[in-house]
Design a protein around this ligand. Structure first.
Ligand SMILES: O=C(O)CCC(=O)C(=O)O
Ligand SMILES: [Fe+2]
Length: 280
């Protein structure tokens, strides 16, 4: 599909992800920026190839979308505090983001999007999977949609980033910080996307604890069903990184999963997270 004079785009799978060609992220005209904005909000996750951008250009691109929301827990790049490092050394066994989640859902005003730039890649593996939560919501029955209407869920980062959380007990533990900054938030289970108004499923296996007013035990069965449903192949895609690749996802309507299948090799990505707005 061709969308403008210079910009070309192709779906990664029918249900998830769009790869955009024919643009230089560091030198976008206003009309290209407008096209990209429209495609980003429509598809939820967009990809670029062969972008030779510096950290400064990464920061400048992010700032065209909004204010940078610095992650409290991830190791920051020493020179650029705006950039979080998603790093796995060849000796490490644990990767960052190795389970389905959406970034920052534990914040009451969650990040709108994350821009991930490949810096060092393994020779094979290290792909990232994405899932489209618009499509997942739309694929539910009317009965289930009605059941979810009005429900809210509690999200927390303690299980991931707390002193006794997941990462602290792994070989990534030393790099993480802010374990005393853990907290929780409450969001609608089905949100109306702040830009498009379209409904999306907004619970995720990484950070959702339980439905508001329900125990964790009571919530478990329905959450497990929703997670199984949302990760159906129909709603997902798999992105194979190459040098110069960039992924930019909307945290309000997608999930992602960093595949940990490259032990013995280093992988380093630079991530910038952009601030969002409260969810309804
Ligand atoms: O490394 C990746 O592919 C994604 C890691 C992740 O979850 C993130 O950057 O938010
Ligand atoms: Fe993530």
């Amino acid at each position: 599909m061709t969308t403008s004079a210079t910009l070309e785009a192709k779906k990664v799978s029918a249900g998830c992800g769009l790869e955009i060609h024919g643009v230089d992220i560091a030198r976008l005209s206003n009309s290209e920026m407008e096209d990209i904005r429209r495609l980003y909000f429509e598809h939820g996750v967009i990809f670029f190839r062969d972008q030779d951008i510096t950290p400064e250009e990464h920061i400048a691109f992010a700032q065209r979308w909004g204010e940078i929301d610095i992650n409290k827990f991830f190791p920051a790049n020493g020179k650029y505090p705006e950039i979080a490092e998603v790093r796995k050394e060849k000796e490490q066994k644990t990767n960052i983001g190795g389970g389905w989640h959406t970034d920052h859902s534990y914040d009451q005003v969650p990040a709108m999007g994350s821009i991930l730039v490949a810096r060092e890649l393994p020779t094979d593996g290290g792909d990232t999977l994405f899932a489209n939560m618009y499509a997942a919501y739309e694929g539910l029955s009317d009965g289930m949609k009605k059941t979810l209407e009005g429900l809210r869920a509690v999200h927390s980062n303690e299980m991931a980033f707390g002193a006794a959380g997941f990462y602290k007990n792994t070989d990534q533990g030393a790099g993480f910080k802010g374990e005393d900054l853990v907290g929780s938030a409450v969001h609608p289970v089905v949100l109306a996307h702040p830009e498009t108004g379209r409904k999306a499923l907004y619970v995720n296996p990484g950070f959702t604890m339980h439905f508001e007013g329900w125990t964790a035990e009571e919530s478990e069965g329905l959450l497990a069903y929703l997670y199984r449903h949302a990760t159906r192949p129909e709603y997902t895609c798999r992105f194979e990184w190459r040098p110069g690749s960039i992924a930019f996802w909307d945290n309000r309507c997608t999930w992602h999963y960093a595949v940990n299948d490259y032990h013995g090799q280093k992988r380093l990505m630079h991530r910038i997270t952009i601030g969002g707005s409260a969810l309804n």
